[in-house]
Design a protein around this ligand. Structure first.
Ligand SMILES: NC(=O)C1=CN([C@@H]2O[C@H](COP(=O)(O)OP(=O)(O)OC[C@H]3O[C@@H](n4cnc5c(N)ncnc54)[C@H](OP(=O)(O)O)[C@@H]3O)[C@@H](O)[C@H]2O)C=CC1
Ligand SMILES: O=C(O)CCC(=O)C(=O)O
Length: 408
């Protein structure tokens, strides 16, 4: 998917063959084994990955994912997308992504901590504040980042907060990072509504995924006055056309570990939920959930890609032919996370802390600019929002590669 999308953008840009090849392939792919003693005394060996797509514009930046489906191919695609996202947002980074193939839901906190610490130890030769800066992604959180900081700092002999972003605030994480991705998702949806003449307070949204991104998108959308009619997670999907109370749902999820059986809504089939009428459909979980079989059935006005890679290239073609759905591509829609990560890294390097208000206001300024750039480029060149966003990102990376030159 990532390669196909890159090729479309590179074809449009008519990239020089040398620059095109150098932009396409990752610089480093690292695979490590991570032995962990399980609580029952057995040792289990997990596979961990980190892909550093390119370092031409600065250190690589991107999340660390704990999920059973993690593979080197998935991580390579996610790292490639991080390039174009960072470049589109004007951040001084290349793209990176990492992960461990594991099921964090079935692991104790002790097992997760040991796995994270061992993975970090294996990664020590390859990471650093000027080389590779990780952050949370699916299945990881601020606590995971705190363990990574501890291992790295212990080896350095002093605290190195700039080794990761998305840390707890008490460990020099940034105010606003936890909610940044979801906040940015909601902000871009509201911009899309404005372009389409839809009022936030009369709009509805359906969200797949109620983790970090999905839940914070839901809070912010609800604050804007949007009615959230459907939400799903791995346990099932819930539906209430009058609106789901997000605070009550959060309490229910804290107690039961899932949205299933929430008393304030009915159950609905998770696949059917995606094709219900709504103003915004927000996939905020996995890749490839909008595909050739359901793209033609979507009844949303806006498809807001909070997750990375939720739409397959076949579905993209169907949506482009339909022409009635306003796509907010992933590299724009979820860019709030890495943008506030950049703010966190800058604060750490300067030994300075910004307020939440300062962080979110700077974030909105940068998202607004990127949103308008993508819309303008798409309109001027008569292309989809996806190709426009990717072309803008790829162009920035290609410029740097061409200027730096190639050692013969
Ligand atoms: N965290 C961040 O800052 C950023 C994340 N993203 C992207 O956003 C997406 C979500 O990440 P994040 O919120 O951090 O991850 P989390 O692990 O916090 O949440 C993932 C959510 O997806 C749910 N989920 C898992 N499988 C399914 C399924 N089959 N159907 C429906 N829901 C499912 C999980 O359910 P359960 O909890 O029940 O397992 C959980 O609610 C990913 O694509 C990630 O790459 C993009 C930019 C930044
Ligand atoms: O915050 C970051 O550095 C990376 C976030 C991320 O993994 C993503 O945008 O997909």
């Amino acid at each position: 998917m990532a390669s196909t999308q890159f090729d479309r953008a590179a074809d449009y840009l008519d990239l020089d063959q040398s620059v095109r090849e150098r932009c396409k392939w990752p610089k480093r792919l690292i695979t490590v084994t991570v032995p962990v003693q399980r609580d029952n005394g057995d040792t289990e060996v997990f596979f961990g990955y980190r892909v550093q797509h390119h370092l031409s514009r600065g250190p690589v930046k991107g999340g660390l994912r704990f999920h059973p489906n993690v593979s080197i191919g998935e991580v390579a695609a996610l790292a490639m997308w991080m390039n174009w996202k960072c470049a589109l947002m004007g951040l001084p980074y290349g793209g990176g992504k990492g992960g461990i193939a594991c099921d964090p839901r079935s692991m104790s906190t002790r097992e997760l901590e040991n796995m994270t610490r061992r993975f970090t130890t294996e990664m020590l030769p390859f990471i650093g504040p000027e080389t590779d800066v990780m952050a949370p992604d699916m299945g990881t959180n601020a606590q995971t980042m705190a363990w990574i900081t501890d291992v790295y700092s212990t080896h350095a002999g002093h605290l190195v907060p700039s080794i990761v972003t998305g840390k707890p605030v008490e460990l020099l994480g940034s105010e606003g990072r936890t909610q940044a991705t979801g906040h940015g998702v909601a902000f871009t949806i509201s911009r899309a509504f404005y372009k389409l003449g839809i009022e936030d307070t009369k709009a509805t949204a359906i969200i797949q995924g109620f983790g970090n991104v999905g839940a914070h998108a839901a809070y912010t959308l609800a604050r804007y006055g949007v009615t959230i009619t459907g939400i799903s997670d791995i346990t099932g999907a819930i539906w209430n056309p009058k609106g789901i109370d997000i605070n009550q749902l959060t309490e229910h999820v804290a107690k039961t570990h899932g949205v299933k059986d929430f008393p304030g809504a009915d159950a609905i089939d998770p696949e059917e939920m995606l094709t219900q009428p709504c103003d915004a459909l927000v996939p905020a979980a996995l890749e490839q959930v909008i595909h050739a079989d359901n793209a033609g059935k979507l009844q949303c006005r806006v498809l807001a890609e909070a997750a990375n890679g939720p739409t397959t290239p076949e579905a993209d073609t169907i949506l482009e032919e339909r022409g009635d759905i306003f796509l907010i591509p992933d590299v724009l829609c979820n860019a709030g996370g890495v943008t506030v990560s950049y703010f966190e890294w800058v604060q750490n390097l300067q030994h300075y802390q910004w307020s939440e208000q300062e962080v979110l206001s700077k974030l909105e300024t940068m998202l607004e600019k990127a949103f308008e750039n993508v819309m303008h480029f798409a309109e001027t060149n008569q292309m989809s929002h996806r190709v426009a966003a990717l072309a803008l990102g790829v162009h920035e990376v290609a410029k740097v590669k061409a200027t730096r030159g190639l050692f013969p």
